[in-house]
Structure formats: structure tokens, C-alpha cells
Design a protein around this ligand. Structure first.
Ligand code: ASP
Ligand code: MG
Length: 416
């Protein structure tokens, strides 16, 4: 019998009416003969509300207690969904993370899953029940409740699907799939029917935040076919149609039309900043001193370029998220500049990153030159470039970002 895991986000669980709709959708799958495990998030806004309560007492709450509090949103939603299913005449049972158990490491508020004991889930499925498991939470070896980080119920769902070897993990959300780029920037953006998990990882880490990045990594390493689809459609829509909707995250070897699609999407991140350390002596240890100080402040560095040295001196440029720009500049000016003998620190907090992503790049030449000539013909100056096997990113002035995204989307034929 086919087994599927359904995951419903906060918006989909946002009210009693919506929960009743989720129940109708789940019941439809069960009626069609599927074994169904459902992993819901807390009702929309609930996790924020709970964390806010904790912070009213302690601005930086003790992490164990914070998990105790923030994990309860999902406990409410699993119980409500179970009731809604029972009201439809279905047998349903809900479990918290510790009841399963979903065993995690001890890192409160950002725990990672070690193992899932699937026996209780299987027994209940085999007795014809719909099983509902709380997302976002687990239990560590000390029997303490942990949570998996914000957006963590995506990861819960994929992990449960992996451990049950489910036929598919369906992530129902408030968008109807993954797009070639943000439709708010390019109205011709198209929904992708398929995307490889590697491309999805690049899209997710570049700010197309449909899924928690960790869930995509997990889908990739355990080969869990994962589909992103809308929860806002009519719950009674024909199952065959629903089962094919949205975007399926696949694996390269299954990606049959790989030859024809070179680029799958144009991603962007608006709020970047770039910093250049000028005139640093070209000797071992300089990069580590600069980036070490930045890392110690928990600031993420993205692109890095070191220029060819001239007369024993070189310039060192990197990007950081814009909200961290001032902090990074302070650290460099106050802690690093004199120490490494740099002549100056300059920066630009009005830059954006635009990336072309596609697994087809591995087997096609000329993608980079096409990208650069497209930007050139729009008069857009490239400030930095970085590449990986399946991605080319450029840093440009933020005022050209939307123009660049539109021009590239067109140049790579993504609207077709
Ligand atoms: N409820 C949690 C959060 O808001 C987990 C999730 O929704 O995925 O982050
Ligand atoms: Mg989410």
C-alpha cells in the first residue's frame, strides 16, 4: 500500500476552518487507499506569540524552557487536526515528538534529528489510522524536549518520510510550487514541474524561502521524493490532479529533460553588502585574520575575492548580509585594520546578488558568457563574480537588480 507524508504549514493550519479543510484533504487521500502520516506546523503566528511570551519574562530566554514553550504550538494543532479527522468519521491519532520518539541531539532551539523510531507510527497505520505527528519538535537523550529551528516542521516531515521510506513527502504550503524566479519581479515567471534537490538547495539558500534548507538536504541524502504544492486549492479537487500539481524535487539521474534545460531559475538576494580591505600585505594568515574576526561575530561571509598582489600588497573583498554591514565594518576598523597593516577599509551597502542556477551547466559551455553579455547589453556593471558547478552569481548595484533578473530570465528562455 502506498504511503505518503503530508506536511501543512502555519497558514494552512491557521484557523479552525482551514484545519477542517486539511482534514478533508487528508481524508480524501486515505479514502483513495493511501496510508497517510500528517506533520502539521503550529497555527500561523502561534510560535511567534509563544516566543514573545517567554521574552516578556526573560529577553534572552533559557533555551531549555524556550523549547518547552515554543514546542506547544504544534501540540495544539495535531490534537485539533486529529479531532477534525475523527469528526469526518476517520480513525486518527496524534503524537508529539517525544511520544514517537523523534530523537535529536541536545542543541536546544536548533536541534538536529539523530533517529526516528517508526514502530508506533507503523502499527497505527497498519490498523487503518491516520497518524499525525507534531512537526518542529523532538526529544534528546536526556529526555528533554527540543526544537529544530524556525521552519523546522519541513525537516520533521522529510525525516519522517525518510524513516518510513514513504513514496512521497508532500509539503502543502501557501505557494503553489517553486518558480523560475520571483513572480513579483518577473510576471512571466513559470512554475517548475521538477527541480533537482541540488538546484533547490541553491534556490533556497539564495532566498527563495519555500522550504527550510535542512529539509532539502535531507531529501537529497535520503532520496525522499518531495513535492511542494498549494494547500489553498479546493480540498475536494481530484486526487490524480492534486498528486501531479506543484513542483517535485527530484534527483539528477531521474531528471530526464536535463539536456534541454540549462538554467532552471534566476535567484536573487537584494540585501547584500560588500567590503574591501585595501592594501593588505600579501602573506600567509591575512585572510584568516580578516575572516576569523568576522566569523567570531557570527557574521556569515558569502563571496570572497583576493586580488593578484602588486608590490607585495593586495586587496581583499567579500560580501556579508546587509544587516551585518555596520558591525562588520566596526570590527575591521577597530580590531583588524591596524593588526594586519591594511591601508583602508571601504564598503558598499547597496549591492545585490543575482544568480543563474541550473544543473545543465555541468554539461553546457557558454552559460557564463551569455550571462555577462546579457548584463553588458543592459549597461549593468558587474562588481564581483563567483561560480560553482551549477550556479553563477554576480554582485551588482542594487538599483539594477530587478532589471538584471528580468533580462536574465528572458535571455535564458525561462518564460517559455
Ligand atoms: N512552528 C514552527 C515555526 O514557526 C515550525 C514551522 O512552522 O515549521 O518556526
Ligand atoms: Mg515554513
Amino acid at each position: 500500500m502506498a504511503l505518503v507524508v503530508h506536511k501543512y504549514g502555519g497558514t494552512s493550519m491557521g484557523s479552525i476552518d482551514r484545519i477542517k479543510n486539511v482534514a478533508r484533504r487528508v481524508a480524501k487521500w486515505h479514502d483513495a487507499g493511501y496510508q497517510v502520516v500528517v506533520v502539521p506546523s503550529a497555527m500561523a503566528g502561534e510560535t511567534n506569540r509563544l516566543i514573545g511570551l517567554a521574552q516578556e519574562i526573560m529577553p534572552e530566554p533559557n533555551q531549555r524552557e524556550l523549547d518547552m514553550i515554543s514546542s506547544t504550538g504544534e501540540q495544539v494543532s495535531i490534537g485539533l487536526l486529529s479531532l477534525a479527522l475523527q469528526q469526518l468519521g476517520k480513525q486518527a491519532v496524534s503524537f508529539t515528538g517525544w511520544q514517537v520518539p523523534v530523537v535529536t541531539d541536545t542543541a536546544h532551539t536548533k536541534a538536529r534529528i539523530h533517529s526516528i523510531d517508526d514502530r508506533k507510527i507503523r502499527e497505527n497505520l497498519d490498523q487503518g489510522r491516520i497518524v499525525i505527528v507534531a512537526g518542529f519538535q523532538g526529544v534528546n537523550e536526556l529526555n528533554e524536549i527540543t526544537t529544530l529551528g524556525r521552519g523546522g516542521s519541513d525537516t520533521s516531515a522529510v525525516a519522517i518520510a525518510a524513516s518510513l521510506k514513504a513514496d512521497e513527502c508532500l509539503i502543502y504550503t501557501d505557494v503553489d510550487g517553486v518558480y523560475t524566479t520571483d513572480p513579483r519581479v518577473v510576471s512571466e515567471a513559470r512554475r517548475l514541474q521538477k527541480i533537482t534537490f541540488e538546484e533547490m538547495l541553491e534556490m533556497a539558500s539564495l532566498g527563495s524561502k519555500v522550504l527550510q534548507t535542512r529539509s532539502v538536504e535531507l531529501a537529497g541524502s535520503y532520496h525522499v521524493p518531495t513535492r511542494v504544492l498549494s494547500s489553498l486549492t479546493d480540498p475536494e479537487m481530484p486526487l490524480e490532479e492534486e498528486a501531479k500539481s506543484g513542483t517535485l524535487i527530484t534527483f539528477e539521474e531521474e531528471h530526464t529533460d536535463m539536456e534541454s534545460t540549462v538554467i532552471s531559475g534566476i535567484a536573487f538576494s537584494r540585501d547584500e553588502a560588500k567590503i574591501t580591505v585595501l592594501g593588505v600585505p600579501d602573506r600567509p594568515g591575512i585572510a584568516s585574520k580578516i575572516l576569523g574576526a568576522i566569523a567570531n561575530a557570527n557574521i556569515e561571509v558569502d563571496m570572497i575575492i583576493q586580488n593578484q598582489s602588486v608590490g607585495g600588497k593586495t586587496d581583499f573583498t567579500f560580501t556579508v548580509p546587509r544587516p551585518d554591514y555596520n558591525r562588520a565594518m566596526d570590527i575591521l576598523n577597530n580590531q583588524v585594520k591596524a593588526d594586519i597593516g591594511a591601508s583602508d577599509i571601504i564598503g558598499d551597502a547597496k549591492v545585490s546578488k543575482v544568480s543563474a542556477i541550473g544543473i545543465g551547466m555541468r554539461s553546457h559551455v557558454g552559460v557564463a558568457s551569455k550571462m555577462f553579455s546579457t548584463l553588458f547589453s543592459e549597461g549593468i556593471n558587474i562588481l564581483m563574480i563567483s561560480t560553482s558547478e551549477i550556479k553563477i552569481s554576480v554582485i551588482i548595484d542594487e538599483k539594477y537588480m530587478e532589471l538584471a533578473v528580468r533580462a536574465l530570465h528572458k535571455a535564458f528562455g525561462l518564460e517559455k
